[in-house]
Design a protein around this ligand. Sequence first.
Ligand SMILES: Nc1ncnc2c1ncn2[C@@H]1O[C@H](COP(=O)(O)OP(=O)(O)O)[C@@H](O)[C@H]1O
Ligand SMILES: [Mg+2]
Length: 642
Amino acid sequence: MSDNNKINKSKPMVVPKGPGGRQMAGAGAKPANAGKTLKRIFSYMTSKWYLLVIVAVCVLCSSGAMIAGNYLLRPLLNDYIIPFIGQSNPDLTGFISLLVIMAVLYGVGVLATWINNRIMLTLATKTLFRIRTELFEKMEKLPLKYFDSHSHGEIMSLYTNDTDTLRDMLSQSVPQLLSSLFTVVGVFTMMVVLSPILTLLVVVMIGLMIFITGKIGMKSGKAFKAQQENLGKVNGYIEEMIEGQKVVQVFCREEISKADFAQLNNNLREAGTRAHTFANILGPLMNNLSHVNYALTAIAGAVLVIMGKLDLGAIASFLQYTKNFSQPISQMSTQFNGILNALAGAERIFRLIDEERETDEGKVTLVQVMDYNGVLTESFAHTGMWAWKKPDTGELIPLKGDVRFQDVSFGYKENKTVLHHIDLFAEPGQKIALVGSTGSGKTTITNLINRFYDINQGAITYDGIPIKDISKDALRSSLGMVLQDTHLFTGTIADNIRYGKLSASMPEIIGAAKLANADTFINHLEKGYDTLITGDGGNLSQGQRQLLAIARAAVADPPVLILDEATSSIDTRTESLIQKGMDTLMEGRTVFVIAHRLSTVRNADVILVLENGQIIERGSHDQLIAQKGKYYQLYTGAFELE
Ligand SMILES: Nc1ncnc2c1ncn2[C@@H]1O[C@H](COP(=O)(O)OP(=O)(O)O)[C@@H](O)[C@H]1O
Ligand SMILES: [Mg+2]
């Protein structure tokens, strides 16, 4: 199965949620440098700094309006409602205007909250838009090496999980935390103003509540973590089973899989029960405690009133404040954790954005040329003739397709050399075959020609120019590649062939498809060339996908062609059918062909036999057969190519 089809073992994509769906403490990794990351996130918004000011003002307004509105309960009771008791015809003008003021205050609060939410939401989505754009642009510029050491799932979760939590943080957690802070400070001040003694009582009660929340929260945090780990295991197992469903069925392992799954599923159930037991206790407990708090405060307040130390209006206001005080305090820790979680995610995003991009010191470019009596001049019209252009002198070197390796050694990782002292030369128009068992380094050689990876030692030249001096775009546009893993994109069949040359006309596309012998099967599809391909060509056979990949390379009409097991999944009959097309395709081009079936490389100019990253034999088919070495063994079937 090709790497592209693999579902990677991602980190579990689900962020643990605590009571009320918010993220729990201890769930994600903590940010390494919260301050710096926060500053960087806000730097995305500073072009609209005035909006941030408006947000801060709105947050202040809504908290302030709530605090002031609540305070007005005191004069409302003391100056109007209590004196009204027993009066048959009270004068309501002052009372009504006070009510209107209160209504306006609460109205302003609601309006301010609405404005602040709208602005933060727009700012947050804009910021995410910019971050996603940067992330994607950077991803397109990363060296392939990056993808060797980072799984698809890991990279995917930057776009999904991490951006999601970041949005929540910007549009919710940050403004809410800000509002909580304002409210707590404001309400506390007002409570002290109204009655220091009652404030002391409330503080003690809330201290007790925080203590209990902390205790249960810690237990529940651990339980949630355990639940998360178990969820990760279950998800991983499911992914693996989806991927390996065919193998499971072939080996009749359904029952065993079911049993394994039941075990994992049961662990998850138990962990889930434990986690939610704590979480479910917490809510009602807190509710009841706050009711107790309310009642105690009311009783203590009544005592103070009876003692003549406090007026009735003050108690009404104070009780209102008590409610407004405990709520933001109990929410602050979840908001704070939400922010920490999001910051950790943002750091992962920024880490990718800060990755070193693929370097390219190559300055030699590829240009179209005209030939005036043997003198090349650059042409801006389409001539079909190409030449390398040196950056400083402007010298033009005709593109021929002469590729040479001199003493090339290479390893993907520093301490593990994969290719040892490779020497090879391919003259223009030659067909070079690479054969050897799986893992011997054939694909690696092609990875070096197109500079997917840069070499550690030795030199590779292309028409006499060291390839590291050629810009990667120019180099790759001169190479036609059929990779070992075919990859098709969502789009029509024609689109997928056109991927090789965006300006290709329909006749060109059909011509290329005919060359690759793909035309027949395409015409049998219901919509022909307009048939939609989805999910990496899941509706086509492996062989059909390879035919399309060959057509895609053919349409680009490159001077050098690299075919990496391009026909490995095509049956021998179809292969012999396309052989003629392939031969036409290869004519006049330098071709590196890695072949699965040795019969297809018989007519190669040079056959290189690789073993453990070394060339152990080289020569034509007849020479190698006569040599009676490894090639002879491979060819006569003494050794099967895997
Ligand atoms: N991206 C990679 N990172 C690390 N090692 C790799 C990578 N690709 C291939 N290798 C290793 O390099 C060796 C040669 O692989 P490859 O050139 O793909 O062999 P072949 O195409 O002949 O089957 C193998 O041992 C393989 O494990
Ligand atoms: Mg290979």
